[in-house]
Ligand binder design. Sequence first.
Ligand code: MG
Length: 395
Amino acid sequence: MTTFAFGAATDVGRVRHSNQDHFLVTDPMFVVADGMGGHNGGEIAAEIAVETLAAAQDLPSIDALIEWVQKANSEIVTRARVAPDLRGMGTTVCVLVGLTAAGPHRLGVANVGDSRLYRLTAEGLNQHTEDHSLVEALVRDGRLTKAEAANHPQRNIVTRALGIDEKVLVDAWELVPVQGDRYLLCSDGLFGEIGPTEIHGVLTELASPQDAADDLVARACAAGGRDNVTVVVVDVVAADSVDEPPADRVSAVRKALPDGVLNPESPEPSAGSVPDDPHPDEIIVAAPTAVFTWRLIAFVSAVVVVLAILITSITVYARSNYFIEVEGDSVVIYQGRSGGVLWFDPTVEDRIEFDPALIDGGALAALTEDLGFDALDEAEAFADDLLEQADSAAP
Ligand code: MG
């Protein structure tokens, strides 16, 4: 049996007007949810996530945990559907739970978004979860360093969240609990303000999990408090004895595909053999569910509409005119603008020949210069009149 000691703290920070973070500490389940979305949508999304997970009792496995995270996602999507002002709300979720299956006791972890789970052991502090964020993707691609990502203006953009799509990809792990291990769940308001060295120092120095949580939140606020900050600290006070716990504590990994089917390629990796990035394709697949997708679609649509209006205007301007030029012994009627407009060259619509022995082409050209007509028949009528008058005036 595993027993825990825990503490939690949250603060609105020094910039935001409302706290859209929510947390849950109901032994043996611990959750941090960081809501996002206009008005109070983010707060509601995070609250729904936490309330849904609070109803989960006696989870035997990480598969069951994933089902509850999917259920939380569905609840948020459904709520947004019936309340248009909540559309676009979403939340991260990071869960640590004591599983109840018979046999060796295990912990379950699930993560969606950029809240984090860290683990402090005698070896040091490790970030266990991977952020589903734009900057993390850029770091993975080698286009940003970790240090650049920490201060990047778009560091708040997440590529996965609950409530955005009916299907959400959930990362999940089964861990071996080890007495003395300390877990930290937090929203990005913590690690966006203070670095891992300072976090490690607090978690090492303060024995009480509540004191550690309070101190970390206070430090994040003192360092700027640009975002809501939430911290949950969970100590493994007692656990089933294990002869040799794996260094990374992992005994199973899941990446639950959007339809809830579990990836068959890695059902039960052996203890301690977590690939760095078990299924990179799934991460790419997950990217389109980004919370900013609707904004991208709106932006692209707006650009397309503006371009269509621009092209139509240019086309109308370029082609809605007729003009006359005298070329040798012909009066030529063109559609378009003299000299052309962009890719629209004038086209010949009519050609009327005259006898250069009787009519002075140069005089005709002077009479037609800079003239424009709205219609072909107007231009033709003008040219006919002109030729008739020149013809009758000829000697
Ligand atoms: Mg946040």
